[in-house]
Write a protein that binds this ligand. Sequence first.
Ligand SMILES: C[S@@+](CC[C@H](N)C(=O)[O-])C[C@H]1O[C@@H](n2cnc3c(N)ncnc32)[C@H](O)[C@@H]1O
Length: 238
Amino acid sequence: MIGDLSRRAIHERELMDDPDADLDMLERTYRRFAIVNAVVSRRRRVYRREIRPRVARNSPVRVLDIGSGGADMARAIVHWAHRDGASVDVTALDLDPRAVSWARANDTGDAVHHRCASSSALADAGEKFDVVLSNHLLHHLDETDRAALLADSERLVAPGGVALHCDIERSRLAYASYDLGTALFARTVLAGSFIRADGLTSIRRSYTAAELVAVAPPGWHVERTFPARLALRHEQPA
Ligand SMILES: C[S@@+](CC[C@H](N)C(=O)[O-])C[C@H]1O[C@@H](n2cnc3c(N)ncnc32)[C@H](O)[C@@H]1O
């Protein structure tokens, strides 16, 4: 049953956020993020539109993925950039040490910098990136943390750079499609992970385009893309 999707279910917690979550299930969830993101997150589009055009001859494009989870986006960016002969310097950042240890242990290359810290710590240290990204992070955050993330992002983006926070758009169609799609794989590929349960909670917690527009600070714009994607975007003047 789809239930009431007329407002954000901000009081529903995702199972993976429980500090006592079963570690095997959590690690299987990090592993499976790569499949989910390959299907729904338009990662390649983000690379083509935001990163590749910023490739310069002499210096690598500095990319920060905030709330990187299993860091599949960071690894994919490195892979595509190497294939294009483009130089990138990619940092995968997550607050949760369980995510960072898993991502570090399951990264076969040494090109991604895996860091366990908050975006505020990096911004306070004056670090700068050409592209600041997140995927499926906005819906996790309460009002205070969302405002902090966006303020940090503005501080972290170098002149001429961009911040892009991508997430799901809440709708009955998105919920029903995810419900059906994941039910088909619940006993096989997704078994023993939080992907199905947390994905449905994520959709209930996520924004509609109008809700995101209403909370976007000045200088931030909302973009909608298929399938059921929203992005909050900020461009730093050069
Ligand atoms: C649903 S996961 C998304 C992971 C990954 N971006 C993806 O798309 O598969 C959200 C991640 O954000 C992390 N997170 C939540 N709040 C955060 C914050 N304020 N700063 C950095 N990471 C955060 C969580 O620890 C979790 O690993």
